[in-house]
Design a protein around this ligand. Structure first.
Ligand code: IPM
Ligand code: MG
Length: 351
């Protein structure tokens, strides 16, 4: 197959980890006979330096014309002043909105050979395989914002169709897995959560009676996720709860560096990014973990290009590299840590 992949490396460690993922995709293309074309564009702080805008129109146009977007990370201390009107993070929010990417899939898998890298006890982690679906274009992130000298507000809004499409996606994924869906909200306090809960309940009863549904408050969910993570299968939740819950969940596999994500909309075009940020403290040193970005590239193959066999091959190569003990510094290596490049090489060698 032929495909154009937009490559937006962004800031900090973004370029280093994206380079390894592109090499893996090129290798997949060679091995399976696909013609992937890569086109790169600036995003985030590097784009602000060059153009004043975190998402220049040419970058957005490239993303819209591509079959899929491979994204690194954005953000830098240089633009972290809270009084700034334009910030690098705006770019990812605009991309999600402009491309209509309303669902963020964040798989959390505890790989058997690196359970010791997690701060949690290994006996809690065996077999953990959770799919968190975070609503991505609604809620408090995108509601009206106000600011005066003495007060500020962020409006949280959800509509029925926005909740319905997440419920359906979660239920379809759950059906192909362990048939368990957990919906996370704060329905004891928030009106948007009461709407969320009633819509999810209705959709599940009417369309997915074979999938077991339970509801959980966000505060309880953060606790149960650590206490009994293997009970979770598919989790759906609203935008900000999902942002927080998935950073917490990344501690189950042991590192944010093992957590990929896919942002999907109504069509096959998607945006794929590791859930870690730009990590400015280690940028440019060649020591960042590239596995999350490589696993994001596997999700790209699966969800945007429909290449399931290729996605599985790439995921298996990452697992084989982990099994062989190839660990970057974040994964508590036994000996000298692997560099970004050598971890990428280890995956390539096993592809
Ligand atoms: C994420 C990030 C972003 C978010 C930031 C960079 C705007 O934390 O993708 O999880 O909050 O959505
Ligand atoms: Mg986040």
């Amino acid at each position: 197959m032929k495909a154009l992949i937009a490559v937006l490396p962004g800031d900090g460690i973004g370029p280093e980890v994206v380079a390894e993922a592109v090499r893996c995709l090129e290798a997949v293309g060679r091995r399976f006979g696909h013609a992937f074309r890569f086109e790169e564009a600036p995003v985030g702080a590097v784009a602000m330096d060059a153009t004043g805008l975190p998402l220049p129109p040419a970058t957005l146009a490239l993303a819209k014309s591509a079959e899929a977007v491979l994204f690194g990370a954005i953000g830098t201390p240089r633009y972290s002043d809270p009084s700034l009107k334009v910030r690098p993070e705006l770019a990812i929010l605009q991309l999600r909105q402009e491309l209509g990417l309303y669902a963020n899939l964040r798989p959390v898998i505890c790989y058997a050979s690196v359970l010791d890298a997690s701060p949690l006890k290994p006996e809690l982690l065996a077999g953990v395989d959770i799919m968190v679906i975070r609503e991505l274009t609604g809620g408090i992130y995108f509601g009206e914002k106000t600011r005066t000298e003495t007060s500020a507000s962020d409006l949280c809004v959800y509509t029925v169709p926005e909740v319905e499409r997440i419920a359906r996606l979660g239920a379809r994924l759950a059906r192909a897995r362990r048939k368990r869906l957990t919906s996370v909200d704060k329905a004891n306090v928030l009106e948007t959560s009461r709407l969320w809960r009633s819509v999810v309940t209705r959709i599940m009863a009417a369309e997915f009676p074979d999938v077991a549904l339970d509801h959980m408050y966000i505060d309880a969910a953060t606790m149960h996720l650590l206490r009994r993570p293997s009970d979770f299968d598919v989790v759906i939740t609203e935008n900000m709860f999902g942002d927080i819950l998935t950073d917490e969940a990344s501690m189950l596999p042991g590192s944010l560096g093992l957590c990929p994500s896919a942002s999907l909309g109504a069509e096959t075009r998607g945006l794929y990014e590791p859930i870690h940020g730009s990590a400015p403290d280690i940028a440019g040193r060649g020591i960042a973990n590239p596995y999350a970005t490589i696993l994001s590239a596997a999700l790209l193959l699966r969800h945007s290009l429909g290449l399931e066999r290729e996605a599985l091959a790439l995921e298996a190569a990452v697992v084989a590299a982990l099994d062989a003990g190839v660990r970057t510094a974040d994964l508590k290596p036994k000996g000298a840590p692997a560099s970004t490049r050598s971890a990428g090489e280890a995956v390539l060698a096993r592809l």
